[in-house]
Design a protein around this ligand. Structure first.
Ligand code: ATP
Ligand code: MG
Length: 441
């Protein structure tokens, strides 16, 4: 059997490759869009739904190369153009020592070299704070589209939701210009990816662009797809996850691929499984138990930070809105809850709590585009759920801690969907939380 590394199979922090699970509907939609000349593409959906993984796997299949730019808050259109240009360098120019030669000697290749020289000679503007690379006037969007088209590539702009609104505005114009070069370069297009709820939040398109824009929504991974990740991974590494263990991992993953990959990886490492096993290995319930405990412990710093961040309130507020809402959702102890259920629960302890506050703060807690979105709002059921089941466990523990002041050890009994975790938490002198989980059912 071919040996494969466990870290290449279970990839919580990077796009899955070896253990990529095929998702027919979005795959077909993306394929059609990529295949249609002149179509520009916007891929959108919740953070962690698998957008980057989908796009990169599909492009690997159908393009021999592509330009990949990842945005951060500071990204501007100019910095994107420069980033793409830099990535094109090896296709047009080869540099060995001091010797620079053009690989493509046609008109476009020469134009590329001229811009490259311009960039080398006079591109740094000293600024008191940082160095800013200046865009040579010849490095226009049209020219960039031609450079990308000439090598039959496309351009992926990932995490576009992070970019400032004024820079975002410009992308629709850039897409239009790319659409215009499709007559000469049919393969060239821009694929913009963003963790938002609608394509419009990424590209403010007009009628003209709308017809040439494919909007692809990537839903969170279904339970069947998560099951496929576990089974495919098990096959690659010669492992056996029992149906009970599989179901528990799926349930705890809350449709997030990263959590599923992380739990599977955490199952393997304590057992010393770093690559494909010669003989099949079967996991027992204790392995899962230990894995969950480890996962919660490893995340307790970040979960604690998140808890403090969202429950911190300005003194002037009459209500600790986020805290009240989060506690009500946890106390309801259901997989997902409606606005009216939450309100009824809150009114048990705060009879005058305004409905408007609930609406506003529910929206904030389920806001897209920030790293810490806490709630998941399901449009079809109109219900809210806590996105990360481990955060749910953690928050429940913290609420418990607050109501049991003076008592350092107390029982926990938390239901996250169909998983119930029972055990004790102990708060030590440094306010660190220690978990002793007795059972996970
Ligand atoms: N089709 C798939 N098969 C196997 N694993 C997947 C698949 N899609 C996503 N994953 C896994 O899920 C996790 C999240 O995927 P990915 O980073 O692609 O999501 P994303 O939508 O781009 O998230 P973000 O908006 O935060 O960038 C990764 O660990 C990835 O390996
Ligand atoms: Mg991504």
């Amino acid at each position: 059997m071919n040996k494969i590394l466990t870290k290449d199979v279970f990839t919580p922090s990077s796009p899955a490759k070896l253990n990529y699970v095929f998702r027919k509907e979005v795959n077909d939609q993306l394929f059609d869009a990529l295949y249609t000349s002149g179509k520009q593409v916007v891929v959108f959906g919740y953070s962690g739904s698998g957008k980057t993984t989908l796009v990169r796997n599909k492009l690997d299949q159908i393009y021999s190369c592509y330009i990949y730019s990842q945005c951060i808050k500071e990204t501007s259109l100019n910095s994107l153009l420069l980033d793409a240009f830099d990535q094109l360098n090896p296709f047009y120019i080869s540099e060995q020592g001091n010797k620079v030669t053009i690989k493509i000697t046609d008109e476009i290749g020469v134009k590329f070299q001229n811009i490259s020289l311009a960039l080398k000679n006079e591109n740094i503007k000293e600024n008191s704070l940082k160095k800013v690379r200046l865009l040579p006037p010849q490095l226009t969007v049209q020219n960039l589209a031609k450079f990308i088209g000439n090598i039959k590539a496309c351009w992926v702009i990932d995490d576009f939701h992070k970019v400032r609104p004024e820079e975002k505005q410009k992308i629709a114009q850039v897409m239009k210009l790319f659409k215009d070069v499709s007559f000469d370069y049919p393969d060239t297009k821009i694929i913009t990816i963003g963790a938002v709820e609608s394509a419009k939040e990424i590209v403010n398109y007009d009628k003209e662009l709308e017809e040439r824009l494919e909007q692809i929504h990537v839903p969170l991974l279904s339970n069947t797809e998560l099951n496929n990740i576990i089974e495919k991974g098990a096959k690659l590494l010669n492992l056996n996850f029992t149906p009970t263990i599989k179901n528990k991992i799926i349930s705890l993953s809350n449709n997030l691929g990263a959590v599923c990959h992380q739990l599977c990886l955490n199952m393997c490492l304590p057992r010393g499984i770093f690559q494909t096993r010669d003989n099949s290995f079967r996991f027992e319930n204790e392995d899962l138990h230990y894995t969950i405990e480890r996962y919660i412990k490893s995340k307790s710093g970040s979960l604690s930070d998140l808890f403090d961040k969202i429950t911190m309130t300005k003194r002037t507020r009459s209500y600790e809105n986020n805290k009240i809402i989060l506690k009500a959702i946890i106390d309801l102890n259901l997989e997902s809850v409606s606005h009216s259920e939450i309100l009824a629960k809150i009114k048990e302890s705060h009879p005058s709590y305004p409905q408007g506050n609930l609406t506003t703060y529910l929206k904030k807690l389920s806001n897209f585009g920030i790293d810490e979105e806490v709630l998941y709002f399901n449009n079809s059921t109109n219900k809210y759920s806590i996105r990360n089941p481990f955060f749910k466990v953690f928050a429940a523990m913290r609420f418990h801690q607050e109501t049991s002041m003076g008592n350092n050890t107390f029982n926990i009994n938390v239901n996250t969907g169909d998983i119930s975790i029972k055990g004790n938490i102990h708060i030590d002198h440094a306010d660190r939380i220690k978990f002793d989980i007795d059972s996970i059912e």
